[in-house]
Design a protein around this ligand. Structure first.
Ligand code: SME
Length: 152
């Protein structure tokens, strides 16, 4: 898995650096690559701070979701918007403040994205597996989110 993460980090650096593409195209490509290449990533998307204390759904790969807008504090995503820290939920059934997208989702990881130290967006990943995320996922995703912050 570590070499896969190394390879994907390089691919994502290339996507970010591609001057031909818009921010939306780049974010979409990142979602598509992560969902296609990592077996336990079943839904991959960005939520973006659109107005004060509201997250809006940005580019994503996977099934459509009802949660197009999420107020800060609501669900896993809204909690990360307030804490500004990565949140790993290995079993969503243990979390009360959770917004379900699909009964198939068993776990979730949300990583904040900063531009010049300000929280601007987050990367949200749902998995259909229980307890799928390791420290390597967290390190990989936090690493790419540092680079993705440059797109905002
Ligand atoms: N489960 C999230 C909502 C977003 S979906 O996963 C796409 C939450 O609890 O905030």
């Amino acid at each position: 898995m570590d070499s896969l993460f190394t390879d994907l980090s390089a691919r994502i650096t290339d996507i970010i650096g591609n001057t031909d593409n818009s921010q939306d195209r780049k974010l979409q490509s990142i979602c598509d690559v992560l969902k296609a290449e990592i077996p336990h990533y079943d839904w991959v998307g960005f939520y973006i701070v659109s107005q004060p204390r509201v997250l809006s759904l940005g580019p994503y790969a996977g099934e459509p979701t009802d949660h197009a807008e999420i107020p800060f504090g609501r669900g896993i995503c809204g909690q990360v918007a307030e804490s500004e820290e990565t949140f790993v939920i290995q079993d969503v059934s243990t979390e009360d403040n959770y917004l379900s997208c699909s009964v198939d989702v068993k776990s979730e990881i949300v990583v904040p994205i900063f531009k010049d130290g300000e929280f601007v967006a987050q990367l949200d990943i749902d998995s259909h597996a229980l307890v799928p995320f390791t420290d390597a996922d967290t390190a990989f995703l936090e690493g790419i989110c540092k680079s993705i912050g440059k797109l905002f």
